[in-house]
Ligand binder design. Sequence first.
Ligand code: GRF
Length: 214
Amino acid sequence: MKVGVLISGRGSNLKSLIEACAAPGFPARIVVVVSNRADATGLEVAREAGIPAVAISHTDFPTREAFDAAMDAALQKAGADFICSAGFMRILSDGFVDKWRDRQLNIHPSLLPAFKGLKVHERVLEAGCRISGCTVHFVRAAMDEGPIVAQAAVPVLPGDTPETLAARVLEAEHKLYPLALRLIAEGRTKIVDERVVIEGEGTGSVPPLFAPRA
Ligand code: GRF
């Protein structure tokens, strides 16, 4: 599978995907990284790994559709047949989402469908949740919605701040995203009635997709 990764910033999930793809036998490789911000440090992460990295500023385009078309062209040019969004902070046009339907993943730092959107960790703490986590899901038109591939649970600890909780969740994200991508690239998932069915799940042949920390 030839993956294009969309980013807007730091790129730590991108790094975890790059490292996973470098492992012998991993069934996917990253062919291009696209950022809507030229100053995204993730672009540097990509270049250091020898992966083509492109900045396409959304501010250079009159409409969302025009920006998405430029992004799509960059993905096509690189030969990408799958997309991983990793901290990409733009809403996508319906046309782009439809074109890449069932071929685009996103990672979100909560146990969806709870806490969609921004300022997740602040809101988790404010709500007094005991557990949080992260979700990898297929992308649909509505933000942070779509068939769930994998989730990991993380405890909320006394004294947590948004920053300490974010760091704990991020650690889980870095394990979860490569795991989800591997399952899909191996062709072991299908979407049935907008739910992800994983071949072999429950038989012991698939590592736990719900991964509570001890
Ligand atoms: C992650 O927490 C991801 O879940 C969210 O944005 C953050 C991106 O971080 N969508 P990074 O750029 O991968 O370090």
